[in-house]
Design a protein around this ligand. Structure first.
Ligand SMILES: Nc1ncnc2c1ncn2[C@@H]1O[C@H](COP(=O)(O)OP(=O)(O)OP(=O)(O)O)[C@@H](O)[C@H]1O
Ligand SMILES: [Mg+2]
Length: 259
């Protein structure tokens, strides 16, 4: 069965403040969805709430992969169910090498007794690092410690490629990438496109979508998806900004009138 990811009426708050105000989104295997939207509208909150970050409290709604309720699961279980998140600001984990981290992440998703063999793991990792034009020494460095912004992003894509998730959420994977790295990372994503895998790509710039062609583009404002379209929507946003969306939908900036 092809992957089917459904977010239905998702509301979430942080420290008592509602950030997500009812998100509806459906992603089928093979599809790439992009979310764009002004700063502070809840895009990363959506990613974190889906992954089960303890700071975000889901108050209403559901999120399922192939009918399995993610919100009932621990973070580990969500990963096992096939959800992967490349964070906007990946955390540094001193003391844990990149390669150890990856191998335990892979094994955590397998049944006991069917762990990946060391040889097979190393071979796979070396191949994927080569595809991503990463220096082999990154396998032995502590996870993200001292990595440059772009190196962290490339490393997130390495994790994605190794874990082969069903649903991939990429939060600003293009931020901080140089021009060549943008292409390498995009190729990495495109190589992972398959009927069994859906993508949700959060980005500010149409530029990324020149390389990774989305099937759907959604605009998020004030904790809701307020408009959806095809790739042409991203182009219009790049050219004209967000004012026309606000005008069209009668959205008033929340800060207006508070002074
Ligand atoms: N840990 C937190 N404590 C307090 N407020 C928070 C926290 N996390 C998020 N928020 C608030 O929630 C709102 C949404 O933040 P979020 O990071 O989801 O925005 P975003 O759409 O990803 O923005 P950007 O495009 O700048 O990355 C912001 O107003 C932010 O300040
Ligand atoms: Mg964000």
């Amino acid at each position: 069965m092809a992957t089917h990811f459904v977010i239905d009426g998702l509301k979430a708050e942080i420290e008592g403040k509602e950030i997500l105000k009812g998100i509806n989104l459906e992603i089928k295997g093979g599809e790439i969805h992009a979310i764009m939207g002004p700063n502070g509208t809840g895009k990363s909150t959506l990613a974190s709430a889906l992954m089960g970050h303890p700071k975000y409290e889901v108050t209403e709604g559901s999120a399922t992969i192939d009918g399995e309720d993610l919100l009932e699961m621990s973070v580990d279980e969500r990963a096992r169910a096939g959800l992967f998140l490349a964070m906007q600001y990946p955390s540094e984990i001193p003391g844990v090498t990149n390669s150890d981290f990856l191998r335990s992440a892979i094994n955590a998703r397998r049944e006991e007794g069917s762990e990946i063999s060391l040889i097979k793991f190393i071979r796979q990792m070396e191949k994927k690092m080569k595809d991503l034009e990463m220096n082999p020494e990154f396998a032995h460095r502590y996870l993200n410690e001292g990595f440059s912004g772009g190196e962290k992003k490339r490393n997130e894509i390495l994790q994605m490629a190794m874990l082969e998730p069903k649903i991939v959420v990429l939060d600003e994977i293009d931020s901080g990438l140089d021009i060549d790295a943008l292409k390498i990372v995009s190729n990495g994503v495109n190589a992972m496109r398959s009927e069994d895998r859906g993508f949700l790509i959060i980005t500010h710039y149409q530029r990324l979508l020149n390389y990774i062609t989305p099937d759907f583009v959604h605009v998020m404002m004030q904790g809701r998806i307020v408009k959806s379209g095809g790739p042409e929507l991203a182009e219009r946003l790049e050219n004209e900004g967000y004012d026309w969306v606000k005008e069209e939908l009668g959205i008033v900036d929340e800060t207006v009138g508070q002074a």
